[in-house]
Each structure stands twice: as C-alpha cells, then as structure tokens.
Design a protein around this ligand. Sequence first.
Ligand SMILES: [Fe+2]
Ligand SMILES: [Fe+2]
Length: 471
Amino acid sequence: MLGAGEIVGRFLDAKLQVHPDVVSYLREKNDPALMDRIISSVPQGTLVVNPAHIPGTSPAKDGERFLPEPDLEIIAGKSGTSPEKNRFEDFFPYFRDRYTRLSEILRSRLNPVPIEALVRSTRYRQEECMIIGMVLDVRTTAKGHRLVDLEDPTGQISVLFNRGRPGFADAERLLPDEVIGTRGKLSQDGRLLFAEQLVRPDVPLTHAPFTSNRPGKAVLISDIHAGSSTFLREAWDRFTDWLPSSGAGYLLICGDLVDGIGIYPNQEEELTIRDIYEQYRMLAELMAAVPKEMAIVISPGNHDVVRPSEPQVAIPEEFRKGFTPNCHFVENPALLSLQGVRVLMYHGRSIDDMIGLIPMASYSRPEEMMVEMLERRHLAPVYGRRTPLSPEPRDRLLIDPVPEILHTGHVHTSGITRYRGVLGVNAGCWQGQTRFQKQVNITPTPGRAVVVDLQTLEPEVLSFGNTSQTA
Ligand SMILES: [Fe+2]
Ligand SMILES: [Fe+2]
C-alpha cells in the first residue's frame, strides 16, 4: 500500500500540497499511476490538490461530501432593515434606548439609586450607594484622578475615581457615552460620589457559547478594497484556489468590499478602477471564484457606497448585478446564525475612536478593542467623533444577545482573542500598505483568512500573502 509520506512527498516534488482526503483516497486505491494522473491533470496555478481534482469523480458529489449544505440565518441586519437616508434626527430616543437596555443588564449586579434622589435627599449623604449612568464627560484631574459626569434619566452627578483606589484602572478606560454602574460613598454635600468600584455591563461569567452539533467551518475575512491599486490580486487568487479544499460552507466578508471613490483626499491616484459600479463589478468577479456551494455573507464598511452612519444599510440592488445567488447582502452590523453559532459582524469604524481614547491601545492589537466592545456590550460606544451613528429609536449597535463570534475588520491588522467564551476575529485585509497608512504608521497584515470550526469554535489563521506561508 502507498504510504502517506510517500504520497505527500510525491505531490511536494510537483510543488503541490495535498488535501488529507486525497491522501486517504490514494492509499485506498494503492495505484501510483493514478497519483501521477492526478498530478499531471491539475490546472496550472493550483496549490492544494483537493478531492475535486481526482479524475472521474463528479465535483458536485464531492462538493456535497466536503461542503455540507450551508445553514445560514440572518437574525438581525437583513437587507432593508434600516432606511437608506437617516430618517431620525432626534438623538434623545436613541440614547434613552441605549441607557435602558444596558442598565437592565447592569441591574443584575447592582441596586442603583436614581441620581436625582441622591442629590436631593439628605438621607444618602456619606452613605455607600450605587448608581447607573451614561458618561457625559470624563477627564483627568491635576492630581491624576479620574472625574466623570454621569447621567441617568433623573439627573446627573460627578463621580471621582481616586488614583490608587479600586476601580481606577477601569476608569482610565472610560469612554464618553458608555453606560456604567458604580458603587461608592456620597460626599457631605451630596454632589460628588467617591467611587470604589466600576461595573461594566460585560459578558456574563457564566456565558457558555453554543457549538454546532454537526461539522461545519466558516472563513472570515474583511477589507478587500476592490478597485484599489494596492489590492493584492495574487494573494486573492491563492485564497480562492485553496477555498474548495477548506471544507468551509461559509465565507463572511466584514466590510470595505471596494475602495470607493472620494473616501480620502487624492484617493483617485491610488485607484485602478475609478467608477464605483465597476468596482462592485470587480467584486462580483472575485466572488465568482468562490465555490458556489459556499454561502457568502457580504456586509459594508466605510469605503462602501452606502451611507456612512451606522447601522449601515446593505449594498443596494443597483450594485449587485453579476453576483452569484450564493451572495447574501446584509447591513453593518449584522447578526447571523451559522448552524446555530451566532456571528456578530461589525466593520469596526469605532476602533479608531477607541484607540484614540484608551491608554496603550494600538492598531497592531485590534483584538483588545474587541474585548473593550464586549465589556461595554456595545460596538460603538463613543458618539460624535469618527463613527457616525444614525439615531434610530432602537440602538442596533448594542451587543445583545452575546454572540459566539465577534467578527470585525477596518484596521487591516489581524488579531484573535477569546473573551469569556466569545471568539473575537479580525482577519486583516487584501490590500497592501497605502500612502495614508504609511503616514500614520499602520503596518497591515494582508492576505490572511481565519477559518473557524463551528463544532469547537477553534480558529485557524491561514496566510496567502506569500507562497511560502500558503495554507
Ligand atoms: Fe479597510
Ligand atoms: Fe474601514
């Protein structure tokens, strides 16, 4: 019988990698001539020989065997959920909804007093009490303490996190507009709370992620930037050559599908396609190289043609011409179920705001910002900086329910984390370093895809950026 090492070696001699199922097939057949026939018949440019390359086997049949029927449900963020133009101008109901729902989560651990009662009544003076509020303003005092103005529907109060007291480290990462709980002692005049603890809504410690009861894999990527002169065509081709052998039934693409037009000054100098319709046509071609059996989920980012304010609507019909029927267009954010495993897709514009405000945060470690989102149970806590928000009456950027996987993009650097059972994935991008990124010192990690096993939630990072690292 042919040995596995012998088979792999023979393929390697022909500069080919070989799928384990092909190895078992050849061992079973024990026919060296068949092996040579396979090697000589694979199309040029193939990197991994998969069962579809075995002559005489029907690709459809193998497709079924290696790509089980996808089971995809879009729980939130279906195309058409949000209006194309901002319909709402009043931010009051938006922030009220954010406060109400996040304070509900916090109430399982805190028993808060309404702020108005604290300030007005004398009975709480110098007593220990708890409040839940939204951060109106946060600053560092001359002595290095953190001073926060917190607001609830009844009133507002200042809260002092003393350097060296419990809660200070958490207070260093406070962001405007996040909803927190705090416990502390009220001052004599009732105007200041000396905090001893900061509580965030967070993922429950008891969170037990769901796993699929049947085999299935999802491939997570983002930031293709079709139309850009720095789009990495060869890496993409290597990726789509490999996909049939991946055993994955799902491909999730988390925004910045095309490079867009007029996104930053002098962008046209870095575009190979200067027509937005043509950019999406190129994307359709890139998608056509993905196996038809895979369900592709496509959500937009800040370079795409839709409104920038979040939730961003799905790519409109007029740009969907030429896409194969396995492409599903969703909003940003969107919550999916893949065989029951929930994936929250969010492009990640808010990471810019968080990196600017959180000490020690870095573009090279996007996974830390995913943890910051999960702790706050919110994808974009900060309003009024770089992340435009649409004030719909329900805050769709809340993280509720807690998903099994949080998938982001935008920063073009890869990072993976596991926080209280939630897997956070930022795969990177398919674009080389742009002039802008060079200026701001961002080194992208292009050509990477993350494969997640839906039965174990284990991620695997694959690099297609250069041949030696492939697969
Ligand atoms: Fe991007
Ligand atoms: Fe982006």
